[in-house]
Design a protein around this ligand. Sequence first.
Ligand SMILES: NC(=O)c1ccc[n+]([C@@H]2O[C@H](COP(=O)([O-])OP(=O)(O)OC[C@H]3O[C@@H](n4cnc5c(N)ncnc54)[C@H](O)[C@@H]3O)[C@@H](O)[C@H]2O)c1
Length: 380
Amino acid sequence: MPMPRPDDGKRLDVVPVALGDRSYDISIGEGLLAEAGALMRPLLSRPVTAIVTDENVARLHLPALEASLATAGIRANPIVLPAGEATKSFDHLAKVCDGLLAAGIERRDLIIALGGGVIGDLAGFAAAILRRGVDFIQMPTTLLAQVDSSVGGKTGINSAHGKNLIGAFHQPVAVLADTSLLDTLPRRELAAGYAEVAKYGLLGDADFFAWLEGSASAILRGDSQARIHAIRKSCEAKAKIVAEDETEAGVRALLNLGHTFGHALEAATGYSARLLHGEGVAIGMVQAFRFSERLKLCAPGTADRVARHLKSAGLPTHVADIPGTLPPPSRLVEIMHQDKKAVGGRLTFILVKGVGKAFIARDVAAADVTAFLEEDMKQR
Ligand SMILES: NC(=O)c1ccc[n+]([C@@H]2O[C@H](COP(=O)([O-])OP(=O)(O)OC[C@H]3O[C@@H](n4cnc5c(N)ncnc54)[C@H](O)[C@@H]3O)[C@@H](O)[C@H]2O)c1
């Protein structure tokens, strides 16, 4: 819902996440960082907080956040971590918790996660366990984090056994998404986040996907109106699903469109720069559409339409776009069994009947997936 901002007349879009006494707002707007102190002050029990961030974000945006907090009379202790997926580890979790305790963070204080999904997931998990739980605010700085990871309360770290296997549900008390922070994001990271935007259209909103087909270049170029619209629509879609099914007992699994394939590819490439999370999701979504076509669930040509669009956004759409060699299909399926979404050894996939018509398919036979991958990975 757009609201005028009292100070500068710019639009502030607010999307509520309805979760009873844990409800919160996602505020989306250009230049919000400068107002963070004033927006946050009413949420603090005393004017003290800590900011968890990474080195890249700290260099670019930490001084502005600290200045905004200082203007509101809030003392902030920064904890700056290395950038990258490897930071979602026990080692760094321990460092964050120790840093927060050393900064004197108490049970009734709240902490700020300023960064992409890595920082949001790690700082959120630290907040979930510090002193048996402190509040936190998400200030997402990547497109992926603004449309996906900062909303919904999934927090956690990776294990040698796989991604996000250790974690907790812990909802933030607010999400402040400053869209102008995306101006400093590398083009490849922006495209990776765009995959998650497209996902909302592909899983449940054909009209939104059609709008994206005409608007992706404006969003990626930095057109403010197009960006805010895309982020708001994405957050509305995610908020609705999370409000219905907070802990993924059912419908929330739809958000994993492309993720079973994508996670296996991420694991197979060692969570390295060879394949970013959103890139794995892009390839995985095309695979989900191709697999659905193969199973005659969805009209031929739909996967090609999806691939064309994602490719036009600068995303990889086929395993052949990943540099280096990959393990064979049978190994990828083994990795899928390790995914925390596997139940009783059976694979769950999000399949589609068309654009905007995703559904949860439990009990997919591993042999069908292997056969599909053998054919799909051979092509091109
Ligand atoms: N909790 C959830 O529901 C959920 C959902 C989706 C993804 N995730 C997780 O999110 C993570 C991926 O998040 P991500 O793609 O944001 O990665 P990221 O946090 O690693 O950020 C990507 C890179 O961009 C840099 N960066 C961040 N903001 C910047 C800015 N404004 N300007 C310049 N550089 C900036 C970071 O330093 C990093 O190098 C994965 O760990 C994934 O598992 C979680």
